[in-house]
Design a protein around this ligand. Structure first.
Ligand SMILES: Nc1ncnc2c1ncn2[C@@H]1O[C@H](COP(=O)(O)OP(=O)(O)OP(=O)(O)O)[C@@H](O)[C@H]1O
Ligand SMILES: [Mg+2]
Length: 387
């Protein structure tokens, strides 16, 4: 049996400095190791504050893939600097800084340092800061396009296992090569070589996706019933684009490769890859009904929240380190009861960053963590209230 740790280590942000990020010209925060909540009216900068924290934790934004959007429109360089700490019995402080420079013509230059050393590849940085982010994009895990579900799983697996991150990156690089070839010339020999490698990577990726889906389903139902107090059952099922029955990776690889072979001619005709893990799906149901088709807005929010809390729990268990939990617009779509259920649930986590129009009704009755409210107006923190 795995030895239980004597104590848990929390990942926390001690200090963060923000300059020229979105509508924030200049700000400095010393967050508490509790619930930090950004409140204020619409379009004041609540999400921008949260986004700057996710940016320094992951090296990228949760709402844009174009770093240019992040630089304040009146400036040429955005800058964030943070001091993180692994707390409890062990004290281990480290700094991360990030800058985005406008290079003209919509191009940017991003620089990240970790413990004062330059980060050469973003993949080296991913996973260093243990965190779970819930953004507007994540609220569509159950209802949105398959790529949202694939990203959810890929991010989780990449955090849990660096090997997965390497393999998925390799897969997409090879897939690009294959698509390039399909468009350029009908070279079956080269295509077969690429397919063989794609099949090997696919076997590994599929098996990982399949096994994490089972783990997610179990953990999500536990959280759903005991923490979010919901009475519906969640199904989370992996639907591979290429079905396989094999047991060993070698058998699975061969099955996938034979499907690739079957489709190769038509892929050359259509000049595109038709089959593969890039088209995998996940089926999410509540009480045996497709969530996408039948779930209410509130239920969709609850399902995505539960899935993100599942990610949080799995990261915490596997890495033996409590992640920072960040959630944008956390109480929207939820009624008073569900707001309090979520609020209660968050009391048991580590350091938390939330944005909301306000705190839930009767929040003080269900409080066992320190709470600090930052009131945001026009990109500035105009008041800080300890609740
Ligand atoms: N690069 C940028 N430079 C300057 N302003 C920006 C930039 N990007 C976004 N903004 C503006 O910053 C403001 C704050 O946006 P933000 O999404 O943080 O608001 P919010 O407080 O979360 O609002 P809501 O309650 O509607 O979610 C908006 O008016 C937005 O248009
Ligand atoms: Mg917002």
């Amino acid at each position: 049996m795995k030895k239980q740790p004597l104590f848990t280590i929390n990942m926390v942000i001690k200090k963060i400095k923000i300059k020229n990020f979105r509508n924030i010209k200049s700000a400095e925060i010393e967050p508490i190791d509790g619930i930090n909540i950004f409140t204020g009216e619409n379009a004041q900068g609540k999400s921008s504050f949260l986004e700057s924290i996710t940016f320094i934790s992951n090296g990228r934004s949760f709402r844009t893939t174009n770093d240019f959007d992040l630089i304040n429109r009146e400036e040429k360089i955005a800058f964030i600097e943070a001091i993180f700490e692994n707390t409890e019995n062990i004290k281990d402080e480290f700094s991360v800084s990030a800058s985005i420079t406008d290079m003209g013509e919509n191009k940017t230059n991003k620089k990240i340092t970790f413990c004062k050393k330059d980060v050469k590849k973003l993949s080296e940085f991913i996973g260093k800061i243990n965190n779970t982010v819930f953004s507007k994009y994540d609220s569509e895990i159950a209802s949105g396009s398959p790529s949202i579900r694939r990203n959810f799983i890929d991010r989780l697996l990449s955090f849990l296992d660096n090997e997965y991150l390497k393999n998925i990156k390799k897969f997409y690089t090879l897939l690009k090569e294959k698509n390039f070839l399909l468009k350029k010339e009908k070279n079956i020999i080269v295509a077969d070589v690429i397919n063989e490698q794609l099949a090997e990577l696919s076997a590994y990726i599929s098996e990982q996706r399949k096994s994490i889906s089972k783990i997610i389903e179990k953990e999500a139902n536990k959280i759903n019933s005991t923490e979010m107090l919901q009475n519906f059952k969640i199904k989370f099922e992996y639907i591979p684009n290429i079905e396989y029955e094999g047991k060993t990776l070698e058998e699975i690889k061969n099955q996938i490769n034979s499907t690739f072979k079957k489709y190769l001619n038509i892929e050359f005709e259509r000049k595109a890859t038709l089959k593969g893990i890039q088209r995998d799906e996940y089926n999410i149901e509540l009480n045996s009904m497709s969530a996408k088709k039948y779930a209410s807005q509130g239920q969709l929010k609850i399902i995505s929240t539960v899935l993100k809390l599942t990610e949080f729990n799995l990261l915490e268990k596997q890495i033996n380190n409590t992640p920072i939990f960040l959630m944008d617009d956390c109480f929207s779509e939820l009624d008073d009861i569900n707001q309090i259920n979520l609020w209660n649930c968050l009391q048991k986590k580590g350091q938390i960053f939330l944005t909301s129009n306000g705190l839930p009704k009767n929040y003080a009755e269900y409080k066992n963590k320190q709470i600090r409210e930052y009131i945001i107006k026009q990109g500035n923190i105009i008041d800080i209230v300890d609740r």
